[in-house]
Design a protein around this ligand. Structure first.
Ligand code: AHR
Length: 506
């Protein structure tokens, strides 16, 4: 593995806060993401609280999910919220035309969603229907969720079992309006945005006031990958805003794919595919830079955060699974990819203040896979758990020579690292060794400080495509790791293909 790579943590310098909202999740009515994955119904033999499965709740609680984006995705622009309230037996039965034509019985609606969010101790990111709904339908829904019982909207909610208004942390105004959300030109969308942003009013008394840290943040549809037309269109509209409307977020959707439609297998892949996909994920950095530069032009004070509310690896569907259910396995490679994205978001913490991995359970790059009563935690789940100290931590610059890892014509950095001062006051380092063949010895130093210890957890496995199955659920799980103090610094060896999170003590 050669000479130690010097990693210098500039503990004396502090950057922006790494918003915990970058660790958000996305749960769409898609495949078994909700039905089966979260919702089993109160009569199920699978242990549940009011229909919401308890094993999934416990697992999600442990990773302190900051927000859950719901009900879609493309589904959101065809969702009519009234279908999902009231007596479950009388709810409308509809077709999920985006995702496999599945029958949607609307058993999981607004009340069930907020119950779920409360059970896992999270916050709500609700996407309203701009594509096939109306201003009134959206306004009525937000009123239903947030008005108190002096209003008919609040009274109706109370009659359905919830007296207290809910809080909405983020309100998504449409989804992919450049595509499945209605194929709108950016100028047309900007006009729609103004009206929805104006009329979808939040009435929750606890969320009033522009300076209220608890206020609802309205998120506009923004760019798709590298396409800057929506970034320009929406930010230009925002610059010319007046008292009547605003937004508090711009969405970016960027999936990790090498080819479209997604063709790479989630389990059977070689080193070349591993390297290509990892290279594809690192493009997130350039995309954020591109969109941030445009946002800076209209918003130099960085008032509008970029919210990467759909990201993750999109792979070929597992053989034998339903078309449109987007079911894929999750391997050590996906865990490494998750960590690389967190590092990118952290380095852009001044602009990226929210993100939602797609998706939470059983869909795309999932944290959790279920099959009937069985549940398994994926490598991506464990990376979320390992990065907990980075939630609301302060970014600390770190210097290192990333080196190179080459496979054929694909050249990648050998290592990646970010550091932060945790909300707990401790100094944390996250380091990724991308090279699946070589361990990476590091020498960690903090200028002017004697580092006494570096200890934490490492996630690695025999192969980049090692995974957790229902039969062998613990094949890829974090284990303890510690460095050796030596002459004021610490040396530590990052295993090949690994993610490590360490507390540095001086
Ligand atoms: O996450 C799956 C889909 O990907 C979402 O519904 C849509 O917004 C995106 O195209």
């Amino acid at each position: 593995s050669g000479e130690a790579i010097s990693v210098t943590v500039e503990a004396g310098k502090a950057g922006p806060k790494i918003d915990r909202q970058i660790f958000g999740q996305f749960a769409e009515h898609l495949g078994t993401g909700i039905y089966g994955g979260v919702w089993v119904g109160p009569d199920s033999n699978i242990p549940n609280v009011r229909g919401i499965r308890s094993d999934v709740v416990a697992a999600l609680k442990a990773i302190k999910v900051p927000n859950v984006r719901w009900p879609g995705g493309c589904f959101a622009d065809e969702y009519h919220w009234r279908d999902g309230i009231g007596d479950p037996k009388k709810r409308r039965i509809t077709v999920n035309s985006n995702w496999g034509g599945a029958i949607e019985n609307n058993a999981f609606g607004t009340h069930e969603f907020f119950d779920f969010v409360e059970q896992i101790g999270s916050e709500a990111y609700v996407s309203i229907n701009v594509g096939s709904g109306s201003y009134k339908e959206a306004a009525d829904w937000v009123a239903y969720m947030t008005a108190d019982t002096r209003n008919t909207a609040g009274q109706e909610r109370a009659a359905n079992g919830r007296k207290e208004p809910w809080k909405i942390k983020f309100l998504g105004i449409g989804n992919e309006s450049w595509g499945c959300g209605g194929n709108m030109r950016p100028e047309y969308y900007a006009d729609e945005l103004k009206r929805y942003a104006r009329f979808a009013r939040n009435y929750n008394p606890a969320q009033q006031g522009d300076a209220n840290p608890d206020r609802m943040l309205r998120v506009a549809v923004g760019p798709n990958d590298n396409d800057t037309t929506y970034t320009e269109g929406v930010m230009k509209a925002w610059k010319d805003r007046d008292w009547s409307w605003s937004i508090e977020g711009l969405s970016l959707h960027s999936y990790t794919v090498v080819k479209w439609p997604p063709a790479y297998d989630s389990v059977n892949f070689g080193e070349k595919e591993y390297a290509e996909l990892t290279q594809a994920t690192l493009r997130m950095d350039a995309q954020i830079k591109t969109h941030s530069a445009i946002m800076d032009k209209y918003d130099p004070e960085k008032k509008v955060p970029l919210i990467v509310d759909e990201w993750g690896v999109w792979l070929a569907k597992l053989p034998g699974t339903t078309e449109g259910f987007l079911q894929q396995q999750n391997t050590l490679r996906d865990g490494i990819i998750a960590a690389l994205n967190f590092n990118i978001f952290a380095r852009h913490a001044d602009r990226v203040r929210g993100a939602n991995i797609a998706q939470m359970v059983n869909v795309l790059q999932a944290m959790i896979l279920t099959d009937g009563p069985k549940m398994v935690l994926t490598p991506t789940y464990y990376v979320h758990r390992m990065y907990l100290p980075f939630q609301d931590a302060t970014f600390i610059p770190v210097r290192f020579d990333a080196g190179e890892y080459r496979v054929g014509d694909v050249v990648l950095p050998r290592i990646d690292a970010v550091a932060a001062r945790g909300a707990d006051g401790k100094l944390w380092l996250a380091a990724v060794n991308l090279d699946p063949n070589r361990a990476a010895p590091l020498r960690l130093e903090i200028p002017g400080v004697r580092v006494r210890s570096a200890a934490g957890e490492v996630l690695t496995a025999p192969k980049v495509n090692s995974l957790n199955s229902f039969d062998a659920p613990d094949s890829v799980a974090p284990r303890p790791i510690a460095g050796k103090a030596q002459g004021g610094g610490v040396t530590i060896e990052l295993p090949a293909k690994s993610v490590t999170v360490l507390a540095l003590e001086s």
